[in-house]
Design a protein around this ligand. Sequence first.
Ligand code: NAP
Length: 248
Amino acid sequence: MSKVMIVTGASRGIGAATAKLAASKGFAVCVNYKSHTQEAQAVVEEIQSNGGIAIAVKADVTIVSEVNRLFTETVKAFGGLHALVNNAGILETQMRLEDMSSERIERIYNANVFSPILCIQAAIKIMSTRYQGSGGSIVNVSSVASRLGSPREYVDYAASKGAIDTLTIGLAKELAIDGIRVNAVRPGCIDTDIHASSGEPNRIERVKHLVPMQRGGTAAEVASAIVWLASDESSYTSASFIEVAGGN
Ligand code: NAP
């Protein structure tokens, strides 16, 4: 039987690249998304046309009942769960912290911190040997912003990724005895739609000279690290971070 992976936010960008790569390596993949149904369906169709196994499940992972349905539907379709990639995340318009509304900050923390926690809770109940599961791997998509801080752009977002880093370390230690590894990938500036939400779709062009490699990265380059951490090839790796940031 194929190993089963849920990738949150897999209709586009890094999540879509991760779903496609994981499927090519033999995972049956649940492509989760919030609103872009056609894009999610296209990811599933591409996987299937290459001989892989995938379903798409629309679920807003900031909502407890939708997270529970996401995990239930995946287990119903594939018979289990072996890997969770907490990829769904948002950022908002660039501004100084004092100008951010409390509603915006709440949205950022709901999407980037609360939702991965909800998904991990659901995954533990299926994968943990404590609950008769067979173990598994959790990969959190953080950001180099957690180290750099994103001043004058989105300190709220950077701090939410800092929370993900701490969560990764704590849970890796908490869950090791239950057969679950927890790691994170910290992408740098990656060419996806997310930069449009910050109000600067071409941000990579402006900042690429600050990257030692002098370029932005691709979603596929991030996916390689995520899928390695999700797979048995990284079986003795936990509480670890892979920087995919061109040297930054
Ligand atoms: P993206 O292109 O904007 O795609 C975001 C994905 O997340 C979409 O599939 C979207 O679904 C989904 N999503 C958002 N909110 C959701 C929710 N509440 N429930 C379910 N799905 C939701 O983003 P990306 O650049 O690939 O980023 C992916 C991850 O990498 C994020 O965690 C981001 O913070 C991190 N990251 C990105 C960069 C970068 O430069 N791109 C750098 C560092 C870290 P819909 O399509 O249905 O809206």
